[in-house]
Unconditional design. Sequence first.
Length: 170
Amino acid sequence: MPDNLSEQRSQHCPNGVRLDGMLDQDLLPLTNSRARIRPLRHADAEAYAVGTDDPLVRQFAHLPEDRYTPASVRAMIDQVTEPALARGDLAVLAIADPRTDAFAGSAVVFDVDEAAGTAEVGFWVHPAHRGKGMSAAALELSAEFAARSGLAVLTARTVPANAASRRVLA
């Protein structure tokens, strides 16, 4: 039995899939031709805060805070996202441009149920990056992240009024 969390987190099957069904931060970043998912960084704080002020993000993203500032995003990274990703039970990730690594939105893998091998994913993309296939690409990467972490089912859902997300999920 491993004697610390970092040793536990690195347990993999020979095919690269985790044994325990918890999210594995060591798999990040993941990149395809249209997006990259990676841990949030303090350098993302300004763009994250601006993106969450978008009316569509505010309407559909189910953000835990009413308003974000660069300072509150940095605090969220330090106090919530980094510890949760280290534990493997929540991943609040940056969606980034695959060429420049510039922040373009956020993907969140949450409600991780280790016993059932399930989790849910949500996402939002900054208005300046919409219409480029980035949401679908980030969801593909999120599904890869979940599967390689040992989860069998990743659920995504949206409200009927969110036509853009419905198209992405279809």
